[in-house]
Design a protein around this ligand. Structure first.
Ligand SMILES: Nc1ncnc2c1ncn2[C@@H]1O[C@H](COP(=O)(O)OP(=O)(O)O)[C@@H](O)[C@H]1O
Ligand SMILES: [Mg+2]
Length: 325
């Protein structure tokens, strides 16, 4: 049995604009999404902001009712058998509150254990085990108010594991963490996987999905645009090369001109303080450089390199294709 089965899931939000003449506007947040996740799999749902990740996770965790389609968790329908589903899942949403800052880490876990009806004999053994698992063994007696963001986020994980759920949903769990905190958190995710948990992780960081996940579904505008292993996604970009150009003050219309060039398959820009790094995906490789330079005529240009594609490039290409359709 698959841990998670999703079939033609859809969610539409209605919002109203205007005061006197109210006009209904529909946002299709999740549009015909289908995939399954195997038992014990660490599965990534990757997509830019607004792609529909949180809405998908909320439907799977029984917090939102789907507009259409179905989903099951370990065979239980998320709408018709919501109680059974809730017993088997744990979830954390990024930037979530819900810990008592004036209590210690241990006391927070004791409190939530009794709230969730965990047998006190069980929680006595389980709380030290969980603190160890999330790397807080020596800090459990300290007040949560003094914890770093990363420590709080790891305590959230311990809290959601109190009832020993089989399936975990982590919605952008490393958002807002500093690099060290994020790295420690990713280690916790890997440790959870070695505990045989099934994990659905959402992220908009390609490298994070690459480093952690067995398979990745890329979502854009509510649609799944690709579903593959990290290696499989990478191989999709293999026919391309990437021309990287460092520019200083890149105007928007130049960017549009570049995008319109026939040999440009996809294009992305990273903004730094005084400069931009332009990344152009093209099957023409180094041969494209003179044409790119011609399009940048009159602009101050720094370093120019031609390199092999990465998983990030495959992602950019998938998400850009989605924008064109
Ligand atoms: N409660 C809501 N009401 C109206 N629109 C919403 C609501 N929640 C999400 N949306 C819209 O649905 C789309 C998907 O949002 P979301 O699932 O939060 O994306 P992600 O988590 O990938 O950033 C966005 O366009 C968002 O604005
Ligand atoms: Mg989200």
């Amino acid at each position: 049995m698959n841990a998670i089965e999703i079939s033609h899931l859809r969610r539409v939000f209605k919002s109203y604009i205007g005061v006197i003449k109210r006009t209904a506007r529909e946002v299709v947040a999740v549009n015909d999404v289908s995939f399954s996740i195997e038992d014990g799999e660490l599965f990534g749902l990757l997509g830019p902001n607004g792609a529909g990740k949180t809405t998908t996770v909320k439907m799977l965790t029984t917090l939102l009712i789907p507009t259409a389609g179905t989903a099951t968790i370990r065979g239980f329908d998320v709408v018709k058998r919501a109680e059974e589903v809730r017993k088997r899942i744990g979830f954390i949403f990024g930037g979530e509150r819900g810990l008592y800052w004036r209590l210690s880490g241990i006391d927070n876990l004791r409190y939530f254990a009794s709230l969730y009806g965990v047998d006190p004999d069980v929680s006595k053994k389980r709380i030290p085990f969980l603190l160890e698992l999330v790397g807080l063994r020596d800090r459990g007696d300290e007040k949560v108010g003094g914890y770093s963001r990363g420590m709080k986020q790891r305590l959230h994980v311990a809290r959601t594991l109190l009832h020993d759920p089989e399936v975990l949903f982590l919605d952008e769990p490393t958002i807002g963490l500093d690099p060290v905190g994020a790295r420690e958190f990713r280690q916790v995710i890997l440790d959870l996987q070695s505990q045989k948990k099934t994990i659905l992780l959402t992220t908009h960081y390609m490298f994070e999905a690459d480093a952690l996940c067995d398979r990745i579904a890329v979502i854009n505008h509510g649609h799944i645009v690709a579903l593959d292993t990290p290696g499989g996604l990478k191989s999709r970009a293999q026919d391309l090369n990437v021309v990287e150009v460092e520019t200083f003050g890149l105007p928007a219309n130049t960017l549009n001109n570049l995008r319109a060039l026939p040999f440009v398959d996809a294009l992305s820009v990273e903004e730094y303080e005084q400069r931009q790094m332009l990344m152009i995906q093209t099957s023409r490789g180094a041969e494209a450089v003179p044409d790119v330079m011609a399009a940048l005529e009159g602009l101050k240009v720094g370093r120019v390199i031609v390199r092999e594609p990465t998983l990030e490039d495959a992602y950019v290409r998938l998400v850009e294709d989605g924008d064109k359709s």
